[in-house]
Design a protein around this ligand. Structure first.
Ligand code: FAD
Length: 294
């Protein structure tokens, strides 16, 4: 796919940024500094993840509520079905609604212990599609769900995974954000299959800038993301060169986004890992400037 030169990019993007709730005071400072840096880029929304097993229930709530209260940003809260009854989830949803939060990223979630299978709570939701249904009955939230260009690892087949995505959207979600991937064709193939399945909702690519290649390899193995061999070669020998690693990482992610842009993509969701600089640099390379949004 011929990608336009950087000079030709119009910066006509919609971006969103994903953060995780901080555990310590130092991490809290890092998060708020990241939010401060990225806010001028005018993200469509920012979202805050929900720890495995609901372990960050309070922290996610406090972070999202503070973003809603203290910044001009539209804040979205991730919410999962793990280890919670429908009543408990309703309570969490009510608290978000009362805090002025209008956007939920609705997920099944992963079990707290990696490698174990998801077991629904006895009085809980079986999966994200049911969760979406429960949430929209409770409040008229805007809802995003997860999608998997390279198929969710537990799915019986790629087709059944797409059927499930359709159920989530039919239940009331309006957009899907994808698991991260490293090859534009993974996204384009998925986008075509999704369209052929009659799904018209926006499918937003989730972009993971690689700040730690070994960690990304581990995560990719767990979530079925293909790490191309050439990527290993790119990060070879950079463990002791953090500066060079950052530059390589920004270049790589910007290249991916540029190719997606050439294929018509205008919405990008960045997994920031609470570090602003990489996502900021990538947005900048794609032509996004704070003054245009001010
Ligand atoms: P679901 O859509 O419920 O699907 C789970 C699996 O079940 C899939 O394999 C699906 O194909 C299959 N399935 C569902 N229904 C059926 C059916 N009726 N018949 C056959 N198969 C079926 N995890 C967290 O813990 N916290 C987070 O904050 C978080 N944020 C995320 C954000 C994004 C953008 C993404 C992509 C993932 C995120 N995750 C998060 C990870 C997510 O929780 C896991 O990938 C989880 O394993 C699946 O969640 P889901 O919502 O996609 O599940």
């Amino acid at each position: 796919l011929d990608a336009p030169l950087y000079a030709d990019l119009a910066g006509d993007l919609n971006v969103s940024f994903e953060f995780f709730p901080p555990k310590t005071e130092k991490m809290e400072e890092q998060l708020w500094s990241a939010i401060e840096t990225l806010t001028p880029l005018g993200p469509k929304f920012v979202s805050v993840t929900y720890g495995a097993g609901g372990s960050t229930r309070e922290r996610t709530h406090n972070t999202v509520a503070r973003i809603a209260r203290e910044t001009p940003l539209a804040a979205a809260a991730h919410l999962t079905c793990v280890a919670a009854s429908k009543d408990e989830i309703a309570e969490v949803a009510d608290a978000y609604w009362d805090a002025g939060v209008r956007h939920i990223v609705a997920l099944r979630g992963d079990p707290p212990e990696a490698g174990k299978r998801f077991e629904p709570h006895a009085d809980g939701y079986q999966g994200a599609a049911e969760l979406v249904e429960g949430l929209v009955k409770r409040h008229p939230f805007e809802i995003s769900v997860a999608a998997y260009p390279e198929t969710h690892p537990e799915a019986v087949s790629a087709k059944s995974d797409i059927d499930n995505l359709k159920r989530k959207l039919d239940a009331g979600a309006t957009r899907a954000i994808t698991q991260f991937f490293f090859e534009p064709d993974s996204f384009f193939r998925f986008r075509d299959t999704v369209a052929a399945a009659g799904i018209g909702a926006d499918i937003i690519p989730g972009i993971m800038p690689v700040s730690n290649f070994a960690a990304v390899q581990r995560m990719s193995a767990m979530c079925n993301t293909n790490v191309p061999t050439w990527m290993g070669r790119l990060f070879e020998g950079l463990d002791t060169h953090p500066g060079a690693r950052q530059l390589v990482s920004a270049t790589l992610a910007a290249e991916l986004c540029r190719k997606l842009y050439a294929g018509g993509v205008r919405d990008f969701h960045f997994y920031t890992l609470n570090r602003a600089e990489l996502s900021y640099a990538i947005c900048h390379l794609l032509g996004l400037r704070p003054e245009k949004r001010a």
